[in-house]
Design a protein. Sequence first.
Length: 276
Amino acid sequence: MTDRRPPATEGIQIGGMTVTAVIDSEVRLVPTQAYPTTSAADWSRHAELLDDEGLLRLTLGGFVVRFHDRVILIDAGVGPEDRPGKTAKMPGGRMLDNLWASGTAAEEITDVVFTHLHLDHIGWGAVGDRIVFPNATYRCHEADWDHFTNGGTLSDPQKLAAMAPVMECWDSDTTLAPGLDVVAAPGHTPGSSIIVLSNDTQRCVLLGDVVHCPAELVEDEWETIADVDPDLARRTATSLAREYEGTDSALVAAHFSDLRFGRLLVGERQRKWVMV
């Protein structure tokens, strides 16, 4: 049988690794509701992040990292369009099609790494009792597994139960593959983590939900909804922003619009975010 998959989508190159965004869907939110401590005046400084109706556009999806014999999916979107409990505010359904369009079949995925276990990151991990990526080992931070399998909200107990037989947990910062490290970034959830891809001269950082839009990388006092520990989440985001400010590191978070990468520049009074 002829393999009719499309050619691989061009992604960011970090040495021998290729990082490609895979979009599942998007949501549009009233920004002052998503960030309850902000005002319309605050958002006037970030008007480029809002659509014509003044709504904040957030993308749902994940990233594929390819190198050597590993094909690693970082986060698994929100899940099928017809999933139980689906709401109009959080549609889904496109990730597997877009994965295929990027040149990757579900059966090729060797690892599924979750930055955390909120329902909009584990959606395609399992559908019903079926594991969607049958040849993959699933991985997450032990603190998140403990939290969400013991009553933590905003996850999906049925999916977690289905994924349990293929789940492996890490409990400290670790190297999952050469050049791919997971680093604890708690606050949004207890085991929230970032993914650092690097070689001797380049670095790319997948921020998960440490921040949800680029404004959080320049506004140290903003708080968003859904953080388990808002104070810790804010400190974590600020610390990472200071670490990467003025470096050549390519940054992207799990809900940046179109999952586009950018860099943090040093500004006179405030950091500045630019797309790459």
